[in-house]
Design a protein around this ligand. Structure first.
Ligand code: UDP
Length: 329
């Protein structure tokens, strides 16, 4: 059985990827330091506990596992936290990536899928973002991801890594079978916060800004179901062997449709049948008004269709996961 090394396999997206990899016939091997990941989310293959900055540890893992590919999810992901702690972000996101890529080169591990973000583009003022959009990160988080993208270009040229970078938009939802879900500590993402507000797990949701130049004054985001997102990663593994892959270093993953914060609240109320306690507050620093993704390249190259990314399924799956017995936030 071909193995895939999943860095950050204990995290939100990494754990969902392990489930889909296992269903596709791969053995997912998680490499995680459990700084932000969850041990009980690693259920679909073995785990190696280690820190990517420990070059010996990741090299030993690659020699032992001999993976067909590496899916590199492990990273810190919060814009606000990165402004307060850029050193931590450069260490966790950039230094770790370099250590991983060096270990891949040293062990002859060829295929890599790297998780990047539309935060590398900064605020493009409502223009649809695609692979040709300029890079202009506005936070240390976006800067670390942009720097890794650039580093990777050089490693591909010089050392023959076969790599594909995905730029994510707003990943949302949970495993449709409610085995896995989204859980960050602290939680900062809209959909889990909406659900926790409905459940009265926390105080009312704060809507960050109502004076944006959008259809109802609140921010527009392109939400993609986590199951759709990880499906693109699994499709990328055989894709990297196709000659076409050499001319496509980067693919954006979004639906091309956006929802406002108020629309998410309304949809959540319709889906759960319960009100979302919320209050209107000031803008959160650094939030662009609108982020929408042009996804033509993903459809063309990977035959990718975001089939689960409706508000009903994203919010419904997240709701069912939060309603499972034993959930605590
Ligand atoms: N948001 C909000 N209240 C919250 C958290 C988020 O109004 O408590 C808004 C935020 O301003 C953004 C959208 O919801 O417009 C999505 O935010 P999230 O943090 O989920 O993802 P981001 O777009 O920052 O990656």
């Amino acid at each position: 059985m071909a193995r895939v090394l999943v860095t950050g396999g204990g995290g939100y997206i990494g754990s969902h990827a392990c489930k889909v990899l296992a269903a596709a016939g791969y053995e997912p091997v998680t490499f995680d330091n459990f700084g932000t990941g969850w041990r009980d989310a690693v259920r679909f293959g073995p785990v190696i506990e280690g820190d990517l900055r420990d070059r010996d540890a990741i090299e030993a893992a690659l020699r032992e596992v001999r993976p067909e590919a590496v899916l590199h999810f492990a990273a810190r992901i919060e814009v606000g936290a990165s402004v307060k702690d850029p050193a931590g972000y450069w260490a966790n996101n950039f230094s770790s990536a370099q250590s991983l890529f060096d270990a891949m080169v040293a062990t002859g591990t060829g295929k890599l899928v790297f998780s990047s973000t539309c935060a590398v583009n900064g605020d493009l003022d409502g223009v649809e973002i695609d692979e040709t959009s300029p890079i202009n990160p506005e936070s240390p988080y976006g800067a670390t991801k942009a720097a890794v993208e650039l580093m990777l270009q050089g490693y591909v040229r010089a050392y023959g890594l076969q790599a594909l970078t995905f730029r994510y938009f707003n990943v949302a939802g949970a495993d449709p079978e409610a085995e896995l879900g989204e859980q960050h500590q602290p939680e900062t993402h809209l959909i889990p916060l909406v659900i926790q507000a409905i459940r009265r797990d926390r105080a009312a949701l704060k809507v960050f800004g109502t004076d944006y130049p959008t259809r109802d004054g609140t921010c527009v985001r392109d939400y993609v179901h986590v199951r759709d997102l990880v499906a693109a990663h699994v499709a990328a593994i055989p894709y990297l062997d196709r000659p076409a892959a050499a001319r496509v270093p980067l693919i954006c993953l979004g639906t091309g449709r956006g929802m406002t914060v108020k629309e998410i609240i309304k949809a959540a109320e319709a889906i759960t049948g319960a009100p979302v306690p919320h209050e209107m507050t000031d803008r959160r620093p650094g939030d662009p008004a609108s982020l929408i993704c042009g996804s033509a390249l993903a459809r063309q190259e990977l035959n990718w269709e975001p089939v689960h990314s409706t508000p009903e399924q994203m919010i419904g799956d997240a709701w069912r996961w939060h309603q499972r017995p034993g959930y605590t936030c």
